[in-house]
Design a protein around this ligand. Structure first.
Ligand SMILES: [Zn+2]
Length: 246
């Protein structure tokens, strides 16, 4: 049987700054951490923007979940260190209750104008469920939707959120968007060298995944599935938008 032609790609070397926007502290470790590990090893600056601090990540803590927030913040830093992520930005929204509001779009626009990334990585706001076993979390959809709207048109348009100009934040045009979790992926990154790093980073979220290796098997199975389509052993899949070829 003919082997699938290798379809993985690497990021353009000129793209130095990458901003990954997600709802929860461990979302990136579940989805894109293999690619992130590569980008960091290549010397690119990767920043994670986490819209919530994951206060609803378990049912076992205090009534207002504040007991969990500092733990998840610390775990996020531990995971970031493993991956070589340069910085974390927490927006402090309430876990489990996100909507793609104008306020969220403004906050994400502020982060984009501050970080001035070449590439923004986020989720797919259109996916309501995956297969017949996972209903996509509403927070994921809300953040993905606000993130795309922040990339375009808000971050690059002077007349939108003029108050950000008063903060010294000039418009910024993002060159590429990489969308994780898309049902129509068109871009794959080989994570054969970084799958172990991805697993280690996810394990840093101790309050969520606990000890044991069962979760590694799940990440490996996902990577193998995406690798199959990409013609490599392990991959992560994205849908790519090129907004500026300059
Ligand atoms: Zn999540």
């Amino acid at each position: 049987m003919a082997r699938t032609r290798r379809r993985t790609r690497t990021l353009d070397p000129s793209y130095r700054r990458i901003l990954c926007i997600s709802a929860h502290p461990d979302d990136n470790e579940f989805t894109i951490a293999g690619s992130v590990g590569h980008w960091a090893r290549e010397g690119r600056d990767v920043v994670f923007c986490l819209v919530t601090t994951g206060g609803a990540g378990t049912n076992e803590h205090t009534r207002d979940h504040t007991g969990l927030v500092p733990i998840r913040e610390r775990e996020s830093w531990d995971a970031a260190k493993i991956l070589g992520v340069k910085d974390l930005v927490f927006l402090g929204y309430e876990d489990g209750a996100l909507e793609p509001t104008l306020a969220m779009r403004r906050d994400l626009t502020r982060v984009i104008r501050r970080c001035r990334p070449d590439v923004v990585v986020s989720g797919d706001p259109t996916v309501r469920w995956y297969g017949s076993e996972y209903l996509n979390h509403p927070d994921h959809r809300a953040v993905a939707s606000a993130a795309l709207d922040a990339v375009f048109p808000s971050a690059e348009t002077r007349a939108i959120f003029r108050e950000l100009l008063d903060e010294g934040l000039e418009p910024h045009k993002v060159k590429q968007v990489l969308m994780t979790g898309s049902l129509q992926p068109d871009t794959w990154f080989d994570i054969g060298d970084t799958l172990a790093l991805k697993c280690a980073a996810l394990h840093a979220h101790v309050s969520q995944v606990g000890p044991g290796k069962r979760i590694d098997g799940m990440l490996r199975a996902w990577a193998r599935r995406d690798g199959k389509r990409a013609g490599v052993k392990y991959a992560e899949a994205f849908r790519r938008f090129v907004l500026d070829r300059g």
